[in-house]
Design a protein around this ligand. Sequence first.
Ligand SMILES: Cc1cc2nc3c(=O)[nH]c(=O)nc-3n(C[C@H](O)[C@H](O)[C@H](O)COP(=O)(O)O)c2cc1C
Length: 180
Amino acid sequence: MKKLVVVLGSPREGSVSTMLADEAIRGAKEAGYEVVTYDAWEMNIKGCKGCGCCRAGGIDCVIQDDMQAYWKDLHTCDALLVTAPNYYATVAGHVITFMNRHYCLTNADRTERLKPGIKFGAIFTQGAPEGFDSKYKENYDWFVGTFTSKGMELAGEIIAGGGSDLEAKKKEAYSMFSES
Ligand SMILES: Cc1cc2nc3c(=O)[nH]c(=O)nc-3n(C[C@H](O)[C@H](O)[C@H](O)COP(=O)(O)O)c2cc1C
């Protein structure tokens, strides 16, 4: 069975990004995925300490926190979905902390440790309308680039802002993994 790992970035009751993630999950399940969900806010995730153990040894990050379970799922999954609210013009801090820990997935010789072809989807939500500030999109693309630079294939990047057509966004989210 194919596996989708979902990392939810919003701790907020009534979160728009989580609502869209639910649609992506629904589509994925109907396409035959089993789904494993992580809540980035609830997880104990330390920041990368730059020790370099990972790249020296070609291993996953050595910090013993909730990322250890995630690594196991990541290495065995077929798709990854990460969601994040926009806080102060960029991806929320705790989700960036999560993203920083992916440093260990590139070896010292720049080869990737992850099996190639894992599909990657991202959902970003903001209060301002879509296209409000080009800096927002640049920041989202930078975040996505960390994952695609590890050999993941972009399945979709959804941005929902104030005034967005959420029914259309839900359809987009539903089909993110349903056609693969
Ligand atoms: C601390 C904080 C900072 C925020 N900064 C921005 C911002 O700079 N630009 C923006 O468009 N929305 C900003 N927002 C609004 C959120 O991005 C918006 O409410 C979004 O829907 C949150 O995602 P969620 O619904 O999945 O929780 C901010 C919200 C909070 C709590």
